[in-house]
Design a protein around this ligand. Structure first.
Ligand code: C5P
Length: 239
């Protein structure tokens, strides 16, 4: 039987790096909130998908009002975020049954294309965990944070440390899982090494599969990211 599709949209970050009072997921680009654009990509790709939106508790009312005022009619299960991204995902998974396909996606990655989403759900039906990655284009350095005699911080080389760029890939979202595997993995104790869902599932001993992601699927983290965001909207066609 075909697995039902769920998406957990992670939007419970406080967005302090953006330097604004309004968390970045609620900022509008091209007249629509970033979070709305993100949710719309999934609904467009998979009509009938169940959307679980994870929000900071203090912004739940704000988002409900925004959806009404901006005529954004999309059924969403709204869940309260946790202290870290890990705890937010865990809260959301309480709303996702076993036997489904669940994508976990950053609410601040609005430019993921419906084509990639569709392709990934198709492939994810046949593997335990599917992760979009991009080959690393920068030369990577392994450095140590140190302090000089006056206590000023500086970066120093780790002698002999070499990173082969050919082996390095950056992980993006959406990451798609068989829901019972993701829920099982999230029953583990939190570890600071869990920076994405793939790392939680991998620590739980499950096999990861990979697809090539999209360069324009950027994570809007800082104020500077808003500038290319407007250009990306032009490229992908704003609506
Ligand atoms: O902080 P970071 O950039 O890793 O956040 C990635 C995504 O996880 C963002 O969409 C953010 O809103 C979300 N997040 C969350 N709950 C937290 C922290 C981050 O849903 N406690």
């Amino acid at each position: 039987m075909e697995r039902k599709k769920y998406v957990v949209i992670m939007a419970a970050g406080s967005g302090t790096r953006m330097g604004s009072d309004l968390p970045k997921q609620f900022i509008e680009i091209g007249g629509k909130a970033i979070l709305r654009r993100t949710i719309e990509a999934f609904v467009k790709a998979c009509p009938g998908i169940t959307v679980v939106t994870v929000l900071p508790e203090v912004h739940m009312g704000y988002w409900r009002d925004y959806c009404i005022k901006s005529n954004f009619i999309c059924p969403q299960i709204i869940v309260k975020g946790g202290i870290t991204r890990f705890h937010s995902v865990r809260n959301a998974l309480s709303k996702v049954p076993d036997g489904a396909l669940v994508a976990v996606h950053d609410g601040v990655r609005p430019f993921v294309t419906p084509e990639l989403i569709r392709k990934m759900y198709e492939r994810a039906a046949h593997v335990q965990a599917l992760i979009p990655v991009l080959p690393c284009v920068d030369t990577m350095k392994m450095l140590e944070k140190k302090k000089d005699a006056e206590g000023n911080p500086f970066l120093d080389e780790i002698p002999g440390a070499h990173v082969d760029r050919e082996l390095l890939y950056g992980a993006q979202t959406p990451q798609i899982f068989h829901s019972e595997i993701l829920s099982e993995a999230y029953s583990r104790a939190y570890d600071t090494a869990f920076t994405d869902d793939a790392s939680v599932v991998s620590a739980h001993g499950k096999k990861l599969s990979f697809v090539i992601g999209e360069r324009l699927n950027i994570k809007i983290t800082t104020q500077e990211n808003l500038v290319p965001s407007k250009a990306i909207l032009e490229v992908i066609g704003k609506n």
